[in-house]
Design a protein around this ligand. Structure first.
Ligand SMILES: [Zn+2]
Length: 161
């Protein structure tokens, strides 16, 4: 999948979780189907140095995977925050990108009221993260079947409150 379509309410939930955990890095999973986010699962960050790294708790992750399987959802995206750094994947982020079918969302909180949000796909061959589209669906926007892009608008690392 080269994009993630996320309802505004879930997008806000991700940002709220990241702000709440600062100055620690927050992390969590986004579940859904066919590139459309349906559910956000905040995960505890059990890294030894949570201000600079994130590590999803193994048991929590396994129960999240079971929950997603029961619902018939896929893991679409793994998110985490950079409380003081720009939303650029660190070497650690790239080294722990184990889920090659999932996308990686990073919430940069250098300016907490103006989160800088970027979405990436991990490319196995080159071991690099490439930016992909994050589509935040605004509430109450009419759906037009002839133009799928009209459902949401494209967010390229800009900010929403
Ligand atoms: Zn990171």
């Amino acid at each position: 999948m080269n994009y993630l379509r996320i309802p505004h309410s879930l997008y806000r939930a991700v940002i709220a979780h990241c702000r709440q955990e600062a100055p620690k890095e927050a992390c969590g999973l986004v579940a859904g189907k066919s590139g459309k986010a349906l559910y956000v699962l905040p995960m505890p960050n059990v890294a030894a140095n949570p201000e600079r790294h994130f590590l999803v708790d193994r048991e929590e992750q396994q129960s999240a995977f079971r929950f997603m399987a029961e619902k018939g959802w896929e893991l679409l995206c793994i998110y985490h925050s950079h409380p003081t750094a720009p939303p650029i994947p660190s070497t650690g982020d790239i080294a722990q990108a184990y889920y090659h079918n999932a996308l990686y969302l990073i919430v940069g909180l250098r300016v907490p009221i103006k989160p800088d949000v970027r979405l990436y796909r991990f490319v196995k061959q080159t071991r690099r993260m490439v930016a992909v589209r994050l589509i935040v669906q605004q509430p109450g926007q009419p759906k037009r079947s002839h133009n799928r892009e009209s459902i949401g608008y494209i967010l390229w690392g800009c900010s929403l409150r």
